[in-house]
Design a protein around this ligand. Sequence first.
Ligand code: NAD
Ligand code: GLY
Length: 374
Amino acid sequence: MTSSVRVELGSRSYDVRIGIGLIERAGQELAPLLRRSRTAVLTDETVAALHLESLKEGLDAENIASSHLALPTGEKTKSWRWLADSVDWLLDQRVERGDVVIVLGGGVIGDLGGFAASVLRRGVRFVQVPTSLLAQVDSSVGGKTGINSSHGKNLVGAFHQPSLVLADIGVLDTLPRREFLSGYGEVVKYGLLGDRDFFEWLEANGQRLIGGDAESRIKAVCRSVQMKADIVARDETEQGDRALLNLGHTFCHALEAATGYSDRLRHGEGVAIGCALAFETSARMGLCSQEEPVRVRAHLKSMGMKAEIADIPGELPDAEALMALMAQDKKVIDGRLRFILARGIGKAFVAEDVDSELVRSVLADALREERFRS
Ligand code: NAD
Ligand code: GLY
């Protein structure tokens, strides 16, 4: 069974296909897009070992020739160095303006590969084949591509929409539990930002998702992608509503920078903690009841996820230093922080000018809790 969600962007509209066995059928899915029967695949070493062969077989079945480059696994690959290597490799492969590049992997390869496609010969088309839950529900859809800089995360990049997304739910079976839960952070985010019923469905079905139930996984990915597609169609370049997708991200980006983009904190884990902190901030501002952040944290904990700063292993800088890291966020306008806050679960909104003292106190309290526990 395959479901399809359309991202409506005029002449740049595309389908996100969600189902089982899509990688084996990649050749059939890709063929209508190709001007000649060849493609180049960017992937990471871990995903290559697990899923590249199936993809190649799927392409071979339609006589589509392919070459591949497997980059080192991990966030550090989202860098100038590996962008340059990828672009040079694509040029070595004689990828032409009319060709299509395939990007097979999680959000790191999706962001880097999409960015490489956007600058190659001033822009070639690309197909996202997301293999992590995070990439299936978020990063493969919506056209944000890019790399990190020494100044912070995702600060260099471009909007470049894929021509097709193939989200094969079957590949999630090989995803380590921690990575699955990291992606689940982004799934919960959708319920928290705009769909209370979905959040309640997740409270009831989260364990089935972890347990591998394909039907529940398809439902969760479809609902997440539909929500993202609707928002991106309204606001492709984040002039307004798209910022809602950044619920939890201002906190998350500061925590990721503070932990050196290391294994101490996966992106989706930071998003989950960030969402809980955004609800805590909202409650302290009187925007929602005190029970809402408690409920958010309870659900994350029940899933075995990190729910608060105290759950991050190792030392963290103080609240002042975290505030300084937040000031690098792309959502800063005229030096003022824009936060995504909520009037309740499913009711997020963009708050233009949030009292930095209040945010500092939320962080300071969370860090005190951390010291208390360690
Ligand atoms: P990732 O790409 O590093 O993948 C996580 C890990 O899972 C890696 O070790 C990878 O090799 C492995 N993996 C992926 N699929 C697998 C599979 N099927 N089986 C076994 N292992 C598998 O990280 P991620 O969590 O997927 O993505 C995080 C990145 O996405 C961050 O850089 C973040 O900034 C970015 N992101 C981008 C957007 C966007 O809109 N562009 C949105 C959210 C996150
Ligand atoms: N992940 C946030 C966005 O795509 O806008």
